[in-house]
Design a protein around this ligand. Structure first.
Ligand SMILES: [Zn+2]
Length: 436
């Protein structure tokens, strides 16, 4: 297929802004009034969140912010790729709306030296490139394969922020624009700074956290590293929220997945099948749900930065059911993640029976008043539509642009190479089972 040049893609975008009926017009087909504020969207990405885990917790009265949000949103299980895939590939598919063969993010290290793949690997534009071309801004932080952070219209904070904290100078290219680097780096949280009192929230009441850490230093280091990284990105988002990079505000937490890789097995194994120290199992079995209690607090804080009816999507890239044998080996991810959308286009409390991973990008674009492209295989979610959504969604679907591929990022550099940082990353990828 012929890929349209950048100029004609932009012309198409501008034409569409005129064709699309404005939000708030009840889908009546009126042209967008000149000067109407462009639609904004908050996206909260929770890596590996799964209703199989969240539903029982909400039923217990836990996760109050996610539960309240769900009541305001249309929601359903999100069908991810099968065979199961890894998070970088899945998030790149969510962010670009095209398949891995097109966007190119399908591996995490390359060559015999296992060099981590860098941001130059993206061969398709992400949603921030697409809306940036339409003059709109994005904040995105911590997304996979975003080192070095490349110039976008808005702010990008690389997923390398937690690494190399022992260096004298931060790695070049952690943040774009560069001018925010000092502020962003100052948001890093030192994993060793947590006190036993702070860590106690992840353990059953009455557990002596100090002696438990002495007994299980590896597990504690993992918890410290994961929570510090997530808290760091929360602090970054808190700092950047006032930078006017919020047409699309993309807040992402990797920790829920990493915590699950580290600790879900304590839940997944029945007590009778547990052959190690029962005290160990008892100490860690509640850690994943307790981590989600914290995630819920973080979600509540991020939601509180925006108006109570701010259009918002909360989404994961896959589910998580804990380790189980499947064919060739052990798998931990699961096929169904979560999808929730709060918008005037969807019915509050509505049920979405079928949403696939490739539908997420077209839906996010529609929520931003932009059409998906014809070369995006997914569809705008068309269930649980409000009367306004029934007017608008078919109209946006009918007016797809040919392709956004011409907006793919200009090649970015390789950033700075630091063998110690690369090894930190390989260590993390190994702990996730992504590399050997
Ligand atoms: Zn994972």
């Amino acid at each position: 297929m012929r890929v349209a040049g950048r100029g004609s893609v932009l012309a198409g975008l501008m034409l569409l802004a005129v064709l699309l009926p404005a939000a708030g017009c009840g889908g009546g087909g009126k042209a967008v009034a000149a000067g109407k504020a462009p639609a904004k969207l908050l996206v909260i990405g929770l890596d590996s969140a799964d209703f199989t885990l969240l539903d029982p917790l909400m039923a217990e009265g836990r996760l109050p912010h996610l539960k309240a949000f769900r009541a305001q949103a249309a929601s359903g299980r999100m069908q991810s790729f099968y065979p199961l895939e890894k998070s970088p590939l899945l998030w790149a598919s969510i962010c670009t709306g095209v398949m891995p063969a097109v966007h190119g993010i399908d591996n995490f290290v390359k060559g015999d030296e296992e060099k981590p793949v860098t941001g130059s690997a993206w061969r398709a534009p992400a949603i921030w490139d697409i809306i940036g071309a339409a003059g709109r801004t994005t904040y995105v932080g911590g997304m996979w394969v975003t080192y070095p952070a490349r110039p976008i219209k808005g702010v990008m904070v690389s997923d390398y922020l937690p690494y190399g904290s022992g260096r004298e100078r931060p790695l070049a290219g952690l943040v774009s624009p560069d001018s925010l680097t000092d502020n962003v780096v100052a948001c890093r949280v030192d994993p060793q700074s947590f006190t036993p009192a702070q860590l106690a929230r992840f353990f059953p009441q009455g557990v002596d956290v100090v002696s438990l850490e002495k007994q299980y230093p590896e597990q504690f280091q993992q918890l410290r590293n994961i929570w510090a990284a997530d808290l760091g990105y929360l602090a970054v988002a808190r700092q950047v929220k006032d930078q006017h990079a919020d047409d699309l505000f993309f807040f992402y937490l990797r920790g829920p997945d990493m915590i699950s890789h580290g600790f879900y097995h304590y839940r997944a194994i029945a007590p009778a099948d547990w052959h190690r120290d029962p005290a160990e199992r008892a100490a860690f079995t509640e850690l994943v749900p307790r981590y989600y209690d914290w995630v819920d607090e973080a979600v509540g804080e991020v939601l509180s930065w925006f108006p109570a009816d701010h259009p918002t999507v909360i989404v994961s890239d896959h589910g998580f059911h804990g380790p189980r044998n499947q064919g060739k080996g052990t798998v931990e991810h699961a096929e169904y993640g979560i999808f929730m959308v709060r918008s005037p286009l969807y019915v509050a409390g509505g049920n979405i029976a079928r949403v696939k991973l490739m539908d997420i990008c077209p839906t996010m674009l529609a929520l931003l008043d932009l059409p998906p492209a014809k070369d995006m295989p997914g569809a705008i979610v068309a269930e649980a539509l409000s009367p306004m959504g029934q007017g608008r969604v078919p109209h946006i679907e009918k007016n797809r642009v040919t392709s956004y591929l011409a907006l793919r990022p200009a090649t970015v550099g390789q950033g700075e190479t630091d063998e110690k940082v690369d090894e930190e990353i390989r260590k993390q990828l190994r702990s996730l089972g992504y590399i050997k």
